[in-house]
Design a binder for this molecule. Structure first.
Ligand code: SF4
Length: 358
């Protein structure tokens, strides 16, 4: 944006280096981050303990906001979806899901996505670019602004703050790991967002080398994997990533994740009629999950997302769950949220050149 940088993307050390370069004291970095991420101010002028001359230097070098709100849609179930325009005129979507006084935010990490999963609308946009850490953090801050303006407090600490973050909006988070890692570290920082590791979940389609990198970096987050099928032929048909990293390689990586982090993995599983929601698949899912520390998060396909795929009936879903539960595999059926505003899993996308998100 006119050669300016996103100030929210900088780490504390990067901000200190910049302050030194413009003849300012490095300790101002903590104060500035406090204003950005704790007080979540809307303007530099609100940073009252920052001198007007430093405020001017900041405005010459950085922009504070990089997103503009284009649309906000509210579902009958309280889910809200925002359409944000980026500084370079692209569009991303962010979803807030309220549940019993807690607020989860599903953030986008890329504009579009290159993974081409057949059940996903974002895939149809293609890949445009990675979001910066500052842009991802701004998605969350803007939801906090909404809660604050509406006077809505969470039940956890009685603040107008989101309580959980899910990296499951547009994009493959592990293909943008540097920025996602920076985002998680800022969220986890006790002096800033103070969000516990268990409150942040990165959901991947299965980019195996990046799962290992996530462990090496010790990114403060939980891991969810979109498994969606139990055999390679089926999985490759809906998720092309499986052709590069088949299920065996994926499970090796999640086993290593579990061993090294002592966290369980959540397997996301989309139930599709005649394909993944069958008795045979339920038995294969047991074979995969029973020996592992994991849980399964199942969701029925969004009907109409793909003309070649069909949502299962309630009876088929119930039968699937019964078989899996009988083997003591922990499985929960996720309630689709925000379907009427196309905010549910796999429904996020923006039709470039139109006035509305699709
Ligand atoms: S499901 Fe996720 S990884 Fe797959 S195409 Fe959609 S956004 Fe990308």
């Amino acid at each position: 944006m006119n050669g300016l940088h996103n100030i929210k993307s900088l780490t504390l050390d990067e901000l200190k280096t910049w302050l030194k370069s413009v003849g300012e004291k490095p300790f101002r970095a903590e104060q500035i981050q406090n204003w950005l991420f704790r007080n979540q101010v809307e303007n530099v002028e609100e940073m009252v303990n920052i001198s007007p001359s430093l405020q001017s230097k900041m405005k010459e070098a950085f922009y504070i906001h990089s997103l503009t709100e284009e649309l906000k849609k509210e579902s009958v179930d309280g889910t809200i979806k925002w359409l944000f325009k980026t500084y370079d005129n692209h569009y991303i979507e962010t979803v807030m899901i309220p549940t019993n006084g807690r607020f989860s935010v599903c953030v986008s990490t890329q504009i579009g996505c290159a993974m081409n999963c057949s059940f996903c609308r974002t895939a149809k946009m293609g890949f445009i670019r990675n979001l910066e850490a500052g842009e991802i953090l701004e998605e969350i801050i803007r939801v906090n602004w909404h809660l604050k303006k509406a006077g809505i407090l969470n039940v956890e600490n009685n603040q107008a703050e989101v309580t959980n973050i899910i990296f499951m909006g547009m994009g493959e988070p592990l293909n943008n790991l540097e920025n996602v890692h920076r985002t998680c570290c800022t969220l986890h920082n006790q002096k800033l967002f103070n969000m516990g590791r268990k409150r942040m979940t990165i959901s991947t389609s299965g980019v195996v080398p990046k799962i290992k990198e996530l462990v090496d970096r010790n990114t403060p987050c939980c891991l969810a994997v979109s498994l969606n099928s139990t055999n390679n032929e089926q999985r490759s048909a809906v998720m092309p990533v499986n052709k590069t990293w088949p299920i065996e390689k994926l499970l090796e990586a999640t086993d290593e994740y579990t061993k090294r982090t002592d966290n369980y993995v959540t397997f996301e599983f989309v139930l599709i009629k005649g394909t993944t929601c069958t008795k045979e698949t339920a038995k294969e899912l047991i074979r995969i999950c029973a020996p592992r520390r994991c849980k399964v998060n199942a969701i029925a396909l969004n009907d109409g997302d793909d003309p070649h795929l069909e949502a299962p009936s309630t009876e088929e879903v119930d039968q699937f769950l019964e078989i899996v539960r009988a083997a003591n595999v922990q499985i929960t059926m996720r309630n689709p949220r925000g379907r009427d505003i196309l905010a549910a899993c796999g429904q996020l996308a923006y039709k470039q050149g139109t006035a509305e998100s699709c």
